[in-house]
Design a protein around this ligand. Structure first.
Ligand code: GLY
Length: 265
């Protein structure tokens, strides 16, 4: 419904981990070379968690020539019945959009960004009646403004947020697990940037930055990465029912929970 983002998460498309996941981009969280087998194991657990929360999940095949192909959040941004297809912010990822376009074409109008625009879907957060769009090393101002035009036409507000170089995407350090709430990582975003956007901001400690990326479901259910006890406790204290998924192998390629899905209904 225009004006309020639908959080029901009835369906999502995901993509299996590339056989060449060891060549995936990794700069922020990775400690070891990404491992395709371990990555697929984490992906399987992730898909199982989404299904357990009621999401109908389509799993597309991996792409050998696109090591980052499992990060489907980046390759399209849904604005009601329109799928905005960006030019991706890192040239090595160009081309990942094609197979998602084929998938989305059935139910959505496909809109390609202008050639001067770059944007990764990981720089977009849906917060109730507003889209938060990060301007980052991947998303340029032209890309953010291109998306903003369609968002506003659909009846939503837009907030542009400058992302520090300390992080990859806006969703790397921030998420909205329920209406009126943001989870954000200390040291990456400031109260001045996001304090006016939500009734409740749950700040996770900088040492648990990775856990700021969450997937919220109705009735205060939330999926978070396993291994972040302070964040888990903060969310329990805030009344959430918390499920954890071991994301360590995906984290090696700087991927978070939301990166692995394109929720399209
Ligand atoms: N490895 C995900 C990205 O850098 O885009």
């Amino acid at each position: 419904m225009p004006g309020t983002f639908d959080r029901s998460r009835r369906s999502a498309v995901t993509r299996r981990v590339s056989k060449n996941f060891d060549h995936a981009l990794s700069k922020y969280f990775g400690v070891n070379t990404p491992d395709a087998k371990a990555g697929q194991g984490a992906h399987d657990a992730y898909v199982a968690a989404l299904r357990a929360h009621g999401t109908e999940v389509t799993v597309l095949p991996g792409l050998d020539n696109h090591p980052d192909c499992c990060f489907v959040e980046d390759v399209a941004v849904m604005v009601c019945d329109k799928a905005i297809i960006p030019k991706l912010g890192h040239e090595s990822r160009e081309g990942e959009q094609m197979a998602i376009i084929e998938y989305l074409r059935g139910g959505s109008e496909i809109i390609h960004m202008n050639s001067n625009c770059t944007l990764d879907g990981g720089d977009v957060i849906f917060l109730d009646d507003r889209y938060l769009i990060g301007i980052s090393t991947r998303t340029n101002r032209a890309g953010a403004e291109f998306l903003a035009k369609y968002v506003k036409e659909a009846g939503f507000e837009v907030e542009l947020i400058e992302i520090p170089d300390s992080t990859l995407h806006l969703t790397t350090v921030c998420s909205s697990p329920r209406p009126g709430t943001l989870v954000a990582a200390e040291g990456h975003l400031s109260i001045n940037q996001i304090g006016h956007l939500a009734e409740e901001i749950i700040w996770v400690p900088n040492s648990e930055t990775y856990a700021a990326n969450t997937i919220g479901y109705p009735e205060d259910k939330v999926i978070i990465a396993a291994g972040y006890s302070a964040t888990r406790q903060l969310l329990l204290d805030a009344g959430f029912n918390v499920t954890t998924v071991d994301m360590d192998a995906i984290r090696e390629a700087d991927g978070s929970l939301t990166c692995l899905s394109q929720f399209n209904a």
